[in-house]
Structure formats: structure tokens, C-alpha cells
Ligand binder design. Structure first.
Ligand SMILES: *Cc1c(COP(=O)(O)O)cnc(C)c1O
Length: 359
């Protein structure tokens, strides 16, 4: 089976993890600091806080921003459910902004009144945050797809137009730590709140004794281990190579698929770098094509079932009719395999099978 995405873990990545196993710290140790420093260097943000996974990072971001039950949070319906669940975790009301069919990102011009926006960079193409009519009180970028992407403002993650930016290091994402996530921010106060939230809300009080810590706010155990952070440091050094390779795969698809009766994904506008986490085409008869491709050993996937369709969000306050562009796009969406280790021969096979399935 050729999967739609997969990690590339090499001998030096493995050695970095094995090293940690023989060290004094398996969690909460120096590799976490190293990884957070490397994330700051990559993104240009002042602070990075590593989390157990990208979902925990989103939860931490909304909590650190003080979003709660009185607040309304908007996000893209064409995303992984965690982009919306994070608002539910803190008791906020969640709603959605229809996508712009040209980018498949939420339409920034359609962002109405809200307390917080979770702006998802779908497939690794940064959503244009300069086009939001009125900046909401809190802007969080869900950059799970977009590590290594950039805009005229600089690397995604520098929080040039947001309060915080969250990442995921799940194996299908740009780099992996197994499970893992992070939040970047330029605010020292938010970074402190994120660190408390990650570790039970504890704050050390050496004035009351070397052992003493206080807990003034509710927190979780959302820590990343040093094993994961060591893998993250090793992988992050390869990000440039990985994203360059993803762009080459995408460019080759654009050439090979140009004459097929399908819609190709949007390309990055001038000055923007796409991270190509996904290569999502739109095909006719999607269900039949999906099944035929799986039968032929091509693990295509659909990103995503629109979040408002999930039973958890079907509260009667909205329907597909409220999101016509998301409905139209979802009808045909199909993510073709894209990852750094995908060979040209594998890619040729994907194209050949797709062509046959469409015929
Ligand atoms: C992967 C992903 C997440 C969640 O990350 P995990 O590390 O799997 O918890 C959140 N948002 C989006 C858009 C994602 O693709």
C-alpha cells in the first residue's frame, strides 16, 4: 500500500532517541529546551512550548488566551475536528466560516464577529490573515499542516498576525516526534501560561521552600518526553529538505495530472511558500474512485469530513446549506500520496491508477 502520508525516520534520528534512553532525563529534561529553542529558530517566534500532541497545543492556546464559556470561536469547517474541539474543551461556543474555493482555506473576508479565530492553514497553504476585516481579540493559527511554509510576513509560526501558532508532529505531518505538538508565541505572559497549563498549573515557589509549588489554575499533564524532543531536534534539522521534496512532488503532480478531468489544488501565490502537507484533488464519483484506488493499493484519504457534519456538532443550528463552498469541495476531495520518501516510480503508479479509475 502506498499511503497518503508517512514519516521519514533515518539512522541519525534513531540514534538521537537511543541516546536519551541512557541519559538522566526521559521527560522534562534538556532535550525539551533544545527542541523549543530550535522551533524558535525555525519560526522566528520569541517562545516555543512543546506539548504532548497538536490537540493539547490547541487546548493550551485557547486556555492561555483566556477563552471560555462566554466566548464565540470561529474556525474552518474543512479541518480536522481538533480545530473546533479545542474551543469546546474550554466551554466556548464554536462556529464555522465557509471556505474560499480558490484556496480551500476559510474565507478571511467572511470572518465575522467573534472572540477568537482558529485559522487553519489547510494542506500547508497559509490562510491570508491580512484579509480579515476586523482582527478578533484572539487569533490562533492551527499550523498543523504548515511547518516550513512562509508568507511575505516570514515563516509560519512567527505569529506576525496572530497571538499563538500551534503545530503537530504526528507522523504524517512535516516532521515527527511520534505524537507531539507545540505552541509558538511572542508573548512572555502567554508562554508562561502555556507552560503552567502543560504541567498541572504548577508554579514553583522557592520563597516557601525548595519543594514548594503552588497550583492556582487548572492544568493537565500535556508534557512531551525528552525521547520525543530528541527526535524533534533531529527531524527539524531536515525540515528544509523535507518541504523542498514535498514541493517537488507537488510540482510533478501538477504536470502529470494537468490533462485529467479533475480539479488540482491551489498553488501558492507569489511570496508564499506552500508546505504541501496534503495534495488534495477534487474528482468526480469520489466514492468509486476512493474504493478503486484502495483496491489497487493506493491509500488515498479524504481531508476532511466537514466538522459541522459530525454528530457532536449537529445541534440543529447549522446545516450544509450554510457552507455551500465547503459542501461543493468536500464532494470531490481526495488526498493523493505526498511525503518526502515517495519515489517517482510510486508517484507514476498513483497517476496511472488514478487515470484508470477515472476512465
Ligand atoms: C493533525 C492535526 C491536529 C491535531 O494534531 P495531533 O498531534 O494529532 O493532536 C490539529 N489540527 C489539524 C488541522 C491537524 O491536521
Amino acid at each position: 500500500m502506498i499511503p497518503y502520508g508517512r514519516q521519514l525516520v533515518e539512522a541519525d534520528d534513531i540514534a538521537a532517541v537511543v541516546d536519551v534512553l541512557g541519559s538522566d532525563w526521559l521527560t522534562g529534561g534538556p532535550r525539551i529546551d533544545d527542541f523549543e529553542r530550535a522551533l524558535c529558530a525555525q519560526t522566528g517566534a520569541a517562545h516555543a512550548v512543546a506539548f504532548a500532541n497538536g490537540t493539547a497545543a490547541l487546548h493550551g492556546a485557547l486556555s492561555a488566551a483566556g477563552i471560555g464559556p462566554a466566548d464565540r470561536v470561529l474556525t474552518s469547517p474543512l479541518s480536522f475536528v481538533a480545530s473546533a474541539n479545542c474551543a469546546r474543551f474550554v466551554g466556548a461556543h464554536t462556529d464555522f466560516v465557509d471556505i474560499d474555493p480558490k484556496t480551500l482555506n476559510l474565507d478571511p473576508a467572511a470572518v465575522g464577529a467573534c472572540d477568537a479565530l482558529v485559522a487553519v492553514h489547510y494542506s500547508g497553504l497559509p490562510v491570508d490573515l491580512t484579509s480579515i476585516p476586523t482582527r478578533p481579540r484572539v487569533v490562533v493559527e492551527d499550523a498543523a499542516h504548515a511547518l516550513g511554509a512562509s508568507t511575505p510576513d516570514g515563516p509560519v509560526g512567527n505569529c506576525a498576525r496572530s497571538d499563538m501558532c500551534t503545530f503537530s508532529f504526528h507522523p504524517v505531518k512535516a516532521i515527527t516526534t511520534g505524537e507531539g505538538g507545540a505552541v509558538t508565541t511572542n508573548s512572555g505572559a502567554l508562554a508562561d501560561a502555556l507552560r503552567r497549563f502543560r504541567s498541572h498549573g504548577t508554579v514553583r515557589r522557592p520563597d516557601l521552600g525548595g519543594w514548594y509549588y503552588d497550583v492556582a489554575t487548572l492544568g493537565y499533564n500535556y508534557r512531551m518526553t525528552d525521547l520525543q524532543a530528541a527526535l524533534g531536534v533531529s527531524q527539524l534539522a531536515k525540515l528544509e529538505r523535507f518541504v523542498t521534496r514535498r514541493n517537488a512532488v507537488a510540482e510533478r503532480y501538477h504536470g502529470l495530472l494537468a490533462s485529467l478531468p479533475i480539479d488540482l489544488p491551489p498553488v501558492a501565490p507569489p511570496g508564499v511558500r506552500h508546505a504541501y502537507h496534503l495534495f488534495a484533488v477534487r474528482v468526480p464519483n469520489r466514492r468509486a474512485v476512493y474504493e478503486a484506488m484502495h483496491a489497487a493499493g493506493i491509500g488515498v484519504q479524504v481531508h476532511y469530513v466537514p466538522i459541522y457534519k459530525h454528530s457532536l456538532y449537529a445541534d440543529g443550528s447549522r446545516s450544509g446549506a450554510d457552507f455551500p463552498e465547503t459542501e461543493r469541495a468536500y464532494d470531490g476531495l481526495l488526498s493523493l500520496p505526498i511525503y518526502p520518501a515517495l519515489t517517482e516510480a510510486d508517484q507514476d503508479r498513483v497517476v496511472e491508477v488514478l487515470e484508470r479509475c477515472l476512465a
